[in-house]
Design a protein around this ligand. Structure first.
Ligand code: ARG
Length: 461
């Protein structure tokens, strides 16, 4: 990179190892576009405010646009020995347009410049993640609409608990995704605030117009304190946090898919395009995608922890530690996008096996609560009904029967309130159909959930 910008202050060249150690261009080059757009707005404002000559401002803007075009066409390569993307763009500009290029950094520091660039980068990425999240919610709702009457066991402690439908189960994930979208929207609000003009830490003596830069770049407002403007990375932490929660949801879903496609469950079968084989066991069809998502969730949590830990001991204002923000938040973004991009078509193509879900629901006495409720509806106190049903379940286990196949004599022997209509009351269909409270698994309730969620999704998009 030749002689340093700050060479005047020093009597020695920087050690090669320090150069490498200090450099962030290998990971911040991806912000080249935001850096250039930010500089164009800054140069525009400098020219308008008479801080630099109008002609110079225009020369700078043309130069910057040329650099952007050449980076995007592949004509201009990043210099790996540059300190960072900001230094690279500025040096390239000066090499192209001469002295005017040296005026671009007037009334600006890399500290407010980098704060601006990251905010711009993140605000470009948040909508991409939102779009994928919405797409997943839509995919799940389509699948739910096809499975309103697909009875399956609902679990607590991974023990069969009460009958639900596959649609009901899927819609639980849709609620999580809607909250994820809400968190992303919230993060966006605090990201889209303009820090340029904070300078190194104490703003500037030049008569700048921060609001103009804010308007040119489409920010909602300007940051209110220059120290905070350069040292705030809350928005990175908030995004990594929102993505951690989103990944946690994908990971729970992945765990269920791992279970569901095992021979023990066989509730679903993954499409061949979204499963993998074994190098030794010819019979294997593995859910690698879901396992990787489960694994990568830890990685995103790690990114969040990196950011929180990086910030916790920093005195105001900018400290070089903060250069570590980028790899962490970029990794959280890349990982989440990668997972969503693969997860969506995998869900869309998987085969649902309703017979196996139904068969699993028929075992495990998941209608026991309904059997007790039958007695309650005929006047018994719930605790007595609960006890009687418990004894019936015990009898069934001893005789290798289910509540549906246990003879009526056995019921009556224990409690004469039982009648033939108990079989109707404890049929899986009745159990599901009767759970029509708002939020419940009855098809009409789930339909209402889908309607509500579709509207909520539109409002969050
Ligand atoms: N590459 C640096 C970063 O990412 C840019 C800011 C450098 N500022 C400074 N005073 N050294 O944080």
């Amino acid at each position: 990179m030749g002689t340093k910008m700050w060479a005047g202050r020093f009597t020695k060249e920087t050690d090669e190892r320090v150069n490498d150690f200090n450099s962030s261009i290998s990971f911040d080059a991806r912000m080249y576009k935001q850096d250039i757009e930010g500089s164009v707005a800054h140069a525009t404002m400098l020219g308008e405010c008479g801080i630099i000559e109008k002609a110079e401002s225009e020369k700078i803007i043309q130069g910057l646009k040329g650099i952007l075009a050449d980076i995007e066409s592949g004509k201009l390569q990043f210099d790996p020995t540059a300190e960072d993307i900001h230094m690279f763009n500025e040096a390239e500009l000066t090499a192209r347009i001469g002295d005017a290029g040296k005026r671009l950094h007037t009334a600006r520091s890399r500290n407010d410049q980098v704060a601006l660039d990251i905010r711009m980068y993140l605000r470009d990425e948040i909508p991409v993640i939102k779009k994928l999240t919405a797409e997943l919610a839509e995919t799940l709702m389509r699948l739910a609409e096809k499975n309103l009457t697909t009875v399956m066991p609902g679990y607590t402690h991974l023990q069969r608990a009460q009958p639900i439908t596959f649609a009901h189960h899927l819609m639980a994930y849709v609620q999580m995704l809607l909250r994820d979208l809400g968190r992303l929207n919230d993060t966006y609000k605090r990201t889209n605030i303009m820090p340029l003009g904070s300078g190194a830490l104490a703003s500037t003596t030049y008569p700048i117009n921060r609001q103009r830069v804010c308007d040119l770049l489409g920010f909602d407002e300007i940051t209110q304190n220059s120290l905070d403007g350069v040292s705030d990375r809350d928005f990175c932490i908030e995004l990594a946090s929102a993505l951690s929660v989103l990944m946690m949801h994908l990971s729970r879903f992945s765990e269920e898919i791992v279970l569901w496609c095992s021979w023990e469950f066989k509730f679903i079968e993954l499409d061949d395009a979204y499963a993998t084989g074994s190098s030794i066991m010819p019979q294997k069809k593995n859910p690698d995608v879901t396992e990787l998502i489960r694994g990568k969730t830890g990685r995103v949590y790690g990114d969040l922890t990196t950011l929180l830990t990086m910030m916790k001991g920093l005195s105001l204002a900018y400290n070089k530690d903060m250069q570590e923000d980028k790899e962490a938040v970029f990794d959280a973004i890349d990982t989440t996008k990668l997972c969503l991009t693969t997860f969506i078509p995998m869900i869309d193509t998987m085969k649902v096996i309703p017979e196996n879900m139904r068969a699993a629901a028929a075992k495990g006495f998941i209608n026991a609560t309904d059997c007790a409720d039958y007695l309650v509806k005929k006047g018994l106190p719930f605790r007595d009904a609960y006890k009687i049903t418990g004894t019936l379940v015990h009898t069934c286990i001893e005789k290798g029967l289910t509540l549906e196949t246990l003879p009526i004599e056995e019921y009556k022997a224990l409690c004469d309130t039982f009648d033939e209509d108990v079989y109707e009351a404890i049929s899986l269909e009745t159990c599901v159909m009767q759970r029509k409270a708002a939020g419940g698994p009855a098809p009409e309730s789930v339909k209402a959930q889908i309607e509500y969620s579709k509207k909520a999704l539109e409002a969050l998009k």
